[in-house]
Design a binder for this molecule. Structure first.
Ligand code: ZN
Length: 862
């Protein structure tokens, strides 16, 4: 006999028995299946978690991410929305390839096995995921479309190959995108110090969308401010001007055209302060500008710089080094001869690879000029203050122009604009905007990735694989495809062996969920527009620049090609905080000690040397011995308790500190709800589990119960809507309601009790879905609790009862006032004076005295 046949016979809360049965039941009922979307976009809701990389083991960070999304998805269903809540696997990439290589197995087998394992772990959490739409980026039925999209980009000129100085990770033996190199110049994955190499690579033209990517951040009101700021900084727009300085060539042939040296500056107002120009040592004009005498020192300086990393060259505290080329250029406004230098701090790939040296108004230029004894010319005065700035450093603020011919006296932005206009008139410069953002390097010299669908033919060059030949399947590990016929000329040609950055797959995976069975297209435009942009996206903040920026770029590129009808992929973004746990570290050895080895937490000592240990809360990780296995917690307390703890312990965006005692506390709370419902079940009069019960005249106790119920409905509904989702305070409200009902439910009639329990269970359902459904069934509820309607508060039930106060004028009873029992004296006096009775009987006179008997009477004496 199953639980569903022996209804109501249980009287002990046993999650390990009831949770698997409910999971099976929901699957049989198809409760998590995505319904046909409504034609009205606002009636559909797309709840999305960032999909996991299939490492094989679910960790607490995953649990937090997916439980948050699940609460949102479940509540939206109860509110009547058609909900899409899918899951998939970010399955390609280096971790799988490395792990498989270590074990001598095929990365495909390794990955598929991990997916099987993690799917089982995920299902134990009771997530309302539509598994029929599961996708995996390493499946040919998915990556066929990643390749199809690459070909769309290629056809539109957005994917191209070029030789460039790229980031090379010497540990993982592959190139990396700029976004994958951290601020210390290390690989985001392997931690290796990245080297620069000149290689021919594939790029996506994300820079074409730099301005849109920046401007549209303003419309992302449902995103955390800090994520938008990080993206804005990464895109790094600077407005300024590009000026051309003519090369001074003494022995120039008259027919030879002028050669110009272009520089970019954000401070066109300082152009009169230029005393030298600096190039990157790699700049193509270096050879032309180097005089015979300087050749040797220039060559040796170039070699020296080539050995340095970009990071070393850029570091703020580094000494700036350079060497004069001997050649000169002509200042476009003054006609003065300006010396040209090369320096390590100028990078070839940023701006034009050349900058104007304005030592009086740029600190780096100032240090450089001091070091090499170059001229310093002041051209900006501090506004509103005649006393000039510190002569021992650059004055870098905007101010009033001096020593600038006709522009003297102009100020700040006005000066910048006037000089740009002059340059444009005379043809030596233009106003220009530059970006820090570079094109996205997407090729990887690794096996386990989506093959790039192009062929290299000696005659035809790069030829895209025809769409009908897709997918270009990944060969078995160790196999190589020597040659294939060129699709254009039929001769033997070479397939591209590089694979795509896995961020290509994750830039569009959410689109596939909307139409996962489509055999003709990655997704139909119509279908995608019913679900997207994603209503609520939940994931880690570590993707602020990488995945979230790339996905926005993909969306804009696809919109431009008219493949989709929206411009941004994610309407609301929640970046959940980390799950941390206690760690112990020996300050002498800097080694972590496992908490199980620490005998006394109040006096934590290293068992090997007796050193007093430092105590921290840090992100759970193997190397710090502080991980908690979700499986163990679920086996002990059940998924509902794990969910409740993780939601209750901290607001979703804040870091959360694991605490076994608090887990225990949530388990006890669920037990209290269980017992409350058992006693409701055992009362003499059967309660009517219904939100729409009719009520006759209620006594004070019943009114109190209804007020508690509707207060909880109101508060929890507010906590789960709006910009800040507050699951923790919603659970506090559930606790308050449970306490009130535990004390007073017996005093209520069956209709009031029925409404109270129905509301409690429906409000609980998104958080503890198994227990809520079990109790709903035990109390004879119709269908599943997850098929009910989210309750709406009854404003009338929220009103506190009124009391009657006698109004006297000059000692005679003239009226009754109905007021709140906790009314203060001032408000009561105001009400009394405004009443018709007092106006009539005082005949416009001010009362000389007002006597108040609290809770009973007010007397106006004139
Ligand atoms: Zn060919």
């Amino acid at each position: 006999m199953t639980r569903f046949e022996k209804q109501g016979s249980e009287n002990r809360y046993n999650p390990s028995e009831l949770e698997p049965e409910w999971q099976k039941r929901w699957e049989q009922l198809g409760l998590n299946r995505t319904p046909e979307p409504s034609a009205k976009r606002s009636e559909n809701f797309f709840a999305l978690s960032m999909f996991p990389y299939p490492s094989g083991n679910l960790h607490m960070g995953h649990v937090r991410n997916y439980v948050i999304t699940d609460v949102i998805a479940r509540q939206q269903r109860l509110k009547g929305k058609k909900v899409l809540h899918p899951m998939g696997w970010d399955a390609f990439g280096l971790p799988a390839e490395n792990a498989a290589n270590e074990r001598g197995v095929d990365p495909a087998d390794w990955t598929i096995q991990n997916i099987e394992q993690m799917r089982v772990q995920l299902k134990k959490l009771g997530l309302s995921i539509d598994w029929e739409r599961e996708i995996s980026t390493c499946d040919p039925s998915f990556y066929k479309w990643t390749q199809w999209l690459f070909l769309q980009f290629f056809a539109a000129g957005l994917a191209y190959q070029k030789e460039a100085n790229v980031n090379w990770d010497p540990i993982d033996k592959t190139v990396l995108a700029n976004e994958q190199v951290n601020s210390e110049g290390r690989s985001w994955r392997s931690g290796a110090l990245v080297e620069k190499r000149k290689l021919k690579q594939w790029f996506l033209r994300i820079t074409d969308f730099a301005d849109d990517l920046l401007t549209d951040l303003d419309g992302l009101n449902g995103w955390p401010e800090r994520v938008c700021t990080m993206q804005a900084n990464w895109i790094g727009r600077s407005r300024g001007a590009q000026f051309s300085f003519k090369l001074e060539q003494a022995e120039k042939d008259l027919n030879e055209p002028d050669v110009n040296l272009d520089v970019f500056t954000t401070r066109p107002d300082t152009i009169y302060g230029v005393t030298y120009v600096v190039l990157a040592p790699e700049h193509p004009l270096v050879a032309k500008l180097t005089t015979k005498q300087q050749q040797e020192s220039v060559k040796s300086f170039q070699d020296e710089v080539a050995a340095k990393s970009e990071l070393e060259r850029m570091a703020e505290d580094q000494d700036k080094n350079g060497v004069a080329l001997g050649g000169t250029v002509i200042h476009p406004l003054t006609g003065k001869i300006i010396p040209v230098w090369i320096a390590d701090y100028v990078l070839p790939d940023y701006g034009t690879g050349a900058v104007m040296g304005v030592p009086a108004h740029d600190q780096r230029d100032y240090s450089f000029a001091k070091k090499y004894n170059l001229a310093i010319k002041n051209v900006i005065l501090k506004a509103g203050n005649a006393a000039n700035h510190d002569p021992n450093k650059a004055f870098t603020e905007l101010g009033i122009l001096e020593n600038s011919e006709n522009f003297n006296g102009l100020e700040g932005e006005q000066a910048k604009q006037a000089i740009i206009s002059k340059a444009e008139e005379e043809g030596f410069g233009i106003g220009k905007t530059t970006y820090r953002l570079r094109d996205w390097l997407i090729s990887r010299q690794r096996y386990w990735g989506c093959p790039i669908p192009v062929i290299h033919c000696n005659i035809c060059g790069v030829v895209p694989v025809p769409v009908e030949k897709l997918p270009v399947k990944l060969p078995k590990r160790g196999e190589t495809v020597a040659s294939i016929p060129c699709p254009t000329c039929g001769r033997d040609a070479k397939p591209e062996t590089d694979t795509m950055d896995t961020f290509m797959c994750s830039s569009w995976y959410y689109l596939r969920y909307t139409d996962s069975e489509n055999k003709d297209l990655p997704f139909a435009k119509q279908t995608a527009s019913k679900w997207l942009p994603v209503d609520q996206y939940v994931g880690g903040v570590e993707h602020a620049i990488l995945h979230l920026l790339y996905s926005r770029f993909f969306t804009k590129a696809l919109a431009k090609k008219d493949l989709i009808s929206f411009n941004e992929p994610f309407k609301h973004l929640l970046t959940q905080g980390m799950v941390q746990a206690i760690t112990f570290r020996n300050p002498k050895t800097e080694k972590y000690i496992a908490p199980t080895e620490v005998l006394d937490i109040s006096n934590p000592l290293d068992p090997s040397d007796g050193t007093l240990l430092d105590v921290y809360y840090e992100k759970m990780s193997k190397s710090k011995y502080n991980g908690v296995d979700p499986g163990v917690v679920i086996d002990k307390y059940g998924a509902d308790t794990a969910r409740m703890f993780i939601l209750f312990k901290a607001p979703p965006e804040k870091d959360l500190e694991w605490d076994d005692a608090d887990v225990e506390g949530q388990f006890r709370f669920l037990q209290r709800i269980w017992r409350l419902c058992q006693s409701a079940k055992e009362r003499n009069s059967e309660i009517k589990l219904n939100l729409n019960n009719a009520f006759g005249e209620l006594n004070a106790k019943e009114k109190d119960i209804r007020r508690a119920v509707h207060t909880a409905i109101k508060a929890i509904s507010e906590d789960l809507s709006g910009e800040e989702l507050q699951f923790n305070t919603a659970i506090s409200e559930l606790m308050k309601l449970c306490n009130t009902l535990t004390t007073h439910l017996e005093e209520a009639n069956e209709n009031v009790a029925g409404e109270a329990i129905a509301a409690l269970l429906i409000l609980l359902a998104p958080f503890a879905p198994h227990l809520a459904d079990e109790l709903w069934m035990q109390l004879g509820g119709v269908d599943s609790v997850h098929q009910q309607k989210w309750p709406i508060e009854d404003e009338k039930a929220l009103i506190t009862d009124t009391i009657t106060i006698i109004l006297q004028v000059n000692g005679k009873v003239r009226d009754n006032l109905h007021v709140a029992p906790d009314i203060d004296a001032d408000t009561l006096k105001k009400l009394a004076l405004e009443s018709d009775a007092s106006k009539k009987w005082l005949e416009g006179a001010e009362p000389k005295r007002i006597i108040v008997v609290p809770g009973k009477l007010i007397n106006l004496v004139s």
